[in-house]
Write a protein that binds this ligand. Structure first.
Ligand code: FMN
Length: 318
C-alpha cells in the first residue's frame, strides 16, 4: 500500500502574503527585556491577548532578531502599548540599536524591564512558554503587573500608522432623547468632525483602491511628485510609514520603473509622475464633488477653520 501523500502547500510569495496580512489592523507595542547585563526593546505589532485566567498574552519575534538573545535569557518582558502620538518611538525601536533608548525616559518594571512613558498601557510579564512559530519565536507571557492609562492607541494598517475614530454605527444617536441631549451632541464639533471624516473616508476609499495603490503607496507617489529627490529618512518623516515599509514600497516602485534612485535619493520617473497625477486627480475630483454644493469662499473658510482647529489642539489648550 502506498504511503499517504503529504499535503501539498502553496508556495506563497512572502511579500504578497505579508501585504494581505496587513489588512488586519493592529496596535503597535514596544516589547522590552533586561537580562541583568543589558536591555533590549523591539517594536512589535504581533501582540495579542490570549487568556484571562491565567492572565496570558503573546507576541512573536523574528528568529533572526539580534535582540532575541536577551529575551531568551530574561525571565520577564514588558509590552508597552503605544499611544497615537508615539510614531517616533515606534520607528526608533525598529531602527538602529544604538539609538533605541537614547533620550527615552523609562522606569523599571517587573524583572527590570523598561516601561516607557506616555503609553496607552503596559503589561509586565513573566515568561510562560516559548513556541516555535516557523521563522518566529512565539513568546507567551503571564501578566504579573500592568498599567492602564487609557490613551488613544497608535494603530498599524496596510503598512501605515493609523489612528482610531469612533465608528459611525457606534455614534448613531437615539431618535429621542431627554432634555435635547441628542440635538446637543449632533451639533457638537467633535461629533461632526469624526462623522465627516468617517463618511468621507468610507466613500473615498473604494475609489482609491480601484487605482491599485494602497493609501501608503499613494502617499509616497504624491510626496515624491513634489519633484525634490528624497532619501529614505525624509520619506519616513513625511509619510506615516515605518522604514521597512518605505523601503519595500520603493523597491516595488523601482521594480515597476515608477521610481529611480541616485546616491540614495529617490525621484519619480515619467511613468511614476503619470501614476502620481492619476492619484492627485482622483483626490481632487472627489474633493470637488463633495464640496460642489458650497461656495468657494465657504470652502476656503472651512479649510482655514480646520487648520485653526489643528493648531489650537496641537498646542495644549489652557
Ligand atoms: C510597526 C512594526 C511592527 C513590527 N512588528 C514586529 C514583530 O511583531 N516581531 C518582530 O520580530 N519584529 C517586528 N518588527 C520589526 C522590528 O521592530 C525590528 O525589525 C527589529 O527590532 C530589528 O531589530 P533587532 O535585530 O534588534 O531585533 C516590527 C516593526 C514595525 C515598524
Amino acid at each position: 500500500m502506498n504511503a499517504p501523500c503529504p499535503p501539498q502547500f502553496e508556495a506563497f510569495d512572502p511579500r504578497i502574503l505579508r501585504r494581505a496580512l496587513g489588512n488586519f489592523a493592529t496596535g503597535v507595542t514596544i516589547v522590552t527585556a533586561h537580562d541583568g547585563v543589558g536591555q533590549v526593546g523591539v517594536t512589535a505589532n504581533s501582540f495579542s491577548s490570549v487568556s484571562l485566567d491565567p492572565p496570558l498574552i503573546l507576541w512573536s519575534i523574528d528568529k533572526r532578531s539580534s535582540s532575541y538573545a536577551v529575551f531568551e535569557r530574561s525571565e520577564h518582558f514588558a509590552v508597552n502599548v503605544l499611544a497615537v502620538d508615539q510614531i517616533a518611538l515606534s520607528n526608533q525601536f525598529a531602527g538602529p540599536h544604538k539609538d533605541r533608548f537614547s533620550s527615552v525616559p523609562v522606569r523599571s518594571g517587573a524583572g527590570g524591564c523598561a516601561l516607557l512613558e506616555g503609553t496607552s498601557a503596559n503589561f509586565q510579564c513573566q515568561k510562560y512558554q516559548t513556541l516555535d512559530g516557523g521563522d518566529h519565536w512565539v513568546l507567551i507571557g503571564r501578566v504579573v503587573a500592568f498599567e492602564d492609562n487609557g490613551r488613544s492607541p497608535l494603530l498599524y494598517h496596510q503598512g501605515s500608522y493609523s489612528m482610531a475614530l469612533p465608528h459611525r454605527e457606534r455614534q448613531r444617536l437615539p431618535e429621542r432623547s431627554a432634555g435635547g441631549s441628542r440635538e446637543r451632541l449632533a451639533d457638537h464639533t467633535y461629533y461632526l468632525m469624526t462623522q465627516a471624516v468617517r463618511s468621507y473616508q468610507q466613500s473615498y476609499q473604494p475609489e482609491q483602491i480601484r487605482t491599485g495603490w494602497r493609501p501608503g503607496e499613494a502617499r509616497v507617489l504624491m510626496i515624491l511628485d513634489a519633484g525634490r529627490p528624497l532619501d529614505v529618512s525624509s520619506l519616513v518623516q513625511e509619510t506615516d510609514m515605518p522604514l521597512r515599509e518605505i523601503e519595500q514600497t520603493l523597491e516595488m516602485l523601482r521594480g515597476r520603473e515608477f521610481v529611480q534612485s541616485d546616491g540614495g535619493y529617490y525621484q519619480l520617473t515619467a511613468a511614476g509622475a503619470e501614476q502620481a497625477r492619476k492619484v492627485w486627480t482622483l483626490a481632487q475630483h472627489f474633493e470637488d464633488k463633495v464640496f460642489s454644493r458650497f461656495e468657494p469662499a465657504q470652502v476656503r473658510a472651512f479649510k482655514d477653520i480646520l487648520k485653526g482647529v489643528i493648531a489650537a489642539t496641537t498646542a495644549p489648550i489652557d
